[in-house]
Design a protein around this ligand. Structure first.
Ligand code: DQA
Length: 139
């Protein structure tokens, strides 16, 4: 099984940024644990702060592999272009969020991506990524 994780803007600052919301672990540290936990799955990781680069990555990986776990950060709430990219590829995408976006500001309640995703997981901290992988494992 081959899973691609894509993180969007500001998620390179996990462990440093707004720790009360996003926790104090870096993504690299978490990813290490995730790869150990799923030793028989290939988990590829990509992060970019640039909208077009996220779209290019979706195009690159979106016709192979078994699933894409996407945390598009704030682009979730603004990007018609990332929503269109998800609609245009074949590999299923699960939208994830570390925080429960529905408990936060109203502008975070709207996703321009979700309608084109298999599902959405939000509010479980970094465990949101593992839950997304579990759902791919269950088909
Ligand atoms: C986030 C939620 C977004 O609203 C925010 O802009 C982020 C992170 C999350 O993982 O909780 O950057 O996607």
């Amino acid at each position: 099984m081959n899973i691609q994780i894509i993180n969007g803007p500001n998620l390179n600052l996990l462990g440093v940024r707004e720790k009360s919301i996003y926790g104090d672990s870096s993504f690299e540290h978490y990813l290490n644990d995730l790869r150990k936990h799923y030793a028989n799955i290939t988990i590829n990781y990509y992060q970019s702060n640039v909208e077009g680069e996220i779209i290019n990555k979706l195009h690159e990986v979106g016709f192979g592999g078994d699933g894409i776990v996407l945390n598009a950060g704030a682009y979730t709430h603004t990007s018609v272009a990332i929503g269109d990219a998800i609609a245009g590829i074949k590999t299923p995408v699960i939208e994830v969020h570390i925080s429960n976006v529905y408990k936060r500001e109203e502008f975070r309640h709207k996703s321009l991506l979700a309608a084109n995703c298999r599902g959405v997981i939000a509010g479980f901290g970094l465990d949101s990524y593992r839950l997304a992988i579990e759902s791919f494992l269950n088909g």
